[in-house]
Write a protein that binds this ligand. Structure first.
Ligand SMILES: C[C@H](N)C(=O)N[C@@H](Cc1c[nH]cn1)C(=O)O
Ligand SMILES: [Zn+2]
Ligand SMILES: [Zn+2]
Length: 478
């Protein structure tokens, strides 16, 4: 461990409670980017984060990045917050990214704790529940904790730090690529490498460094029929029903065993190399880790490597929901006039947003024609992100490896994330940077799920990890 880091680590140990209060404040702002009803909260979260950064000595500002359509209305995109601390030509410059928006959360979905109130597990396990605790407010707060420790200790950071925080990650990071492009020779100039903390360990015990992400294509199948909802007793048996068409189409996408049924898609996947397989075999993981994380034994196979490849190396297709369908309690006998089926496909090398979309649209159009329905059907790509891979032999990974050993007393696993952070590829390609994914949370944190949580130990040691990584990065030769 770099000796200069020791009083930083001591500060972290002495300020655990303050750091938890910081996370509690962040979680209390319901910054859901996908619903129009939360626009004010997303703005409030951006403003609170900006003020936190300024109070920690960061030269920070909010940047507007245009408008988008939300629930049919034109509204401002959440601002990007950029900041800089340190500009010493003798130091390396690290760029960090995080997102201050969160997935939706409703108590009725099955939460056991208030969704937007950081709640400590009463049994004393150290679990801290709340939407955004692990994705991605916990990691952002961990960076802020690092800054606070240095400010209060009167210590300079060992590297120059540039920061970019967005509020649209959970909805496709719209326009962020354009912002990065426009600031390539401006704000982002001079960055040596990049670190993103926005994914999770594979299990509950082994820290990891992540060098790959699956991409994502998010689709809607829109089936429109009559111009109003109808009584099924009066009109059932007389018209083509949009829900019936949609369910049929959705059933043609994937089998219960997870096999994607879109013709031609498999042929586009890059063949798996021996080196890749060896990397998967070396990971500390068992299907029991998935059983623990999902609270059931629903794994498709008991084989470790097949399971890991299912998550990291193969595409997957998930059906998410149907907008416009009756879903409340009770027995409403309605025929919905217009429904939108939502599904996504996780992309792996060499699948691209376009190649997959071409196949999806062609296939669903043909399947719809086979139904002979008089309804109208349209397949729309909502947002897309390409898959990404990094060079994990880069000095930034070596620094993070060392920091993990310092903080956790064990070497990290090298993993690929099944989830997507589409802007990672934009940062890597547009700025020409090596990107390291350095997760804080565990595999059972339940990101996007009910009872999302972050363990107190991961939050505190995660703060130490991010700080130690900066020290190792400063010390390592390129
Ligand atoms: C891994 C990251 N924390 C995350 O959750 N990413 C999301 C991104 C996304 C794309 N569409 C909606 N959200 C994910 O992988 O689902
Ligand atoms: Zn997320
Ligand atoms: Zn995230």
């Amino acid at each position: 461990m770099a000796a200069e880091a020791s009083n930083f680590l001591k500060y972290v140990d002495e300020h655990e409670e303050d750091f938890i209060q910081r996370l509690a404040k962040a979680v209390s702002i319901p910054s859901v980017s996908g619903n129009i009803g939360y626009i004010k909260d997303v703005e409030a979260m951006a403003e609170w984060l900006l003020q936190q950064l300024i109070s920690l000595g960061v030269k920070a500002e909010k940047r507007a990045i245009g408008q988008h359509k939300l629930e049919g209305k034109d509204v401002d995109l959440p601002p990007v917050i950029i900041g800089q601390l340190g500009n010493d030509p003798n130091k390396k410059t690290l760029l960090i990214y995080g997102h201050y928006d969160v997935q939706p959360a409703l108590y009725e979905d099955g939460w056991h704790y208030p969704c937007f109130e950081l709640t400590q597990d009463p049994s004393g396990s150290g679990r801290m529940y709340g939407r955004g605790s692990t994705d991605d407010k916990g990691p952002i707060m961990a960076w802020l904790n690092v800054l606070e420790a240095h400010q209060k200790l009167g210590k300079e950071l060992p590297v120059n730090l540039k920061m970019c925080f967005e509020g649209m990650e959970e909805n496709g990071s719209e326009n962020l690529d354009k912002f990065i492009e426009s600031e390539k020779n401006g704000f982002f100039a001079g960055a040596d490498c990049m670190c993103i903390s926005d994914n999770y360990w594979l299990n509950t015990e082994t820290p990891c460094l992540t060098y790959g992400l699956r991409g994502i294509n998010y689709y809607e199948i829109r089936v429109n029929g009559p111009d109003r909802d109808l009584h099924s007793g009066v009109f059932g048996g007389t018209i083509h029903e949009p829900m019936t068409d949609l369910i049929l189409l959705m059933s043609k996408l994937v089998t219960p065993a997870g096999e994607i049924l879109i013709p031609g898609l498999k042929d586009l996947i890059a063949p798996v190399t021996d080196e890749e397989r060896e990397k998967f075999e070396a990971i500390h993981f068992g299907v029991k880790d998935i059983h623990a994380a999902v609270g059931g034994d629903q794994t498709l196979t008991n084989d470790k490597v097949t399971t890991l490849m299912g998550r990291m190396r193969n595409p997957s297709l998930s059906l998410h929901g149907i907008e416009g369908a009756f879903s409340a309690t009770g027995s409403k006998t309605v025929i919905p006039c217009s429904v939108k089926g939502k599904f996504s496909i996780r992309l792996v090398p060499n699948l691209t947003i376009k190649s997959v979309t071409d196949l999806v649209v062609k296939y669903l159009d043909a399947e719809f024609k086979k139904l002979g329905s008089k309804n109208r059907c349209e397949v729309v790509l909502g947002h897309g992100g390409e898959p990404w891979m990094a060079d994990f032999t880069h000095y930034s990974y070596r620094a993070a490896h060392k920091a993990t050993e310092d903080v956790y007393g064990q070497a990290p696993d090298y993993t690929r994330e099944g989830g997507s952070i589409p802007v990672t590829l934009d940062f890597a390609d547009i700025l020409g940077l090596n990107v390291l994914l350095l997760p804080v949370g565990r595999g059972d944190d339940g990101a996007h799920s009910t009872d999302e949580k972050l363990d107190r130990d991961n939050y505190i040691r995660g703060t130490k990890l991010l700080g130690s990584y900066m020290y190792e990065l400063a010390a390592i030769s390129k």
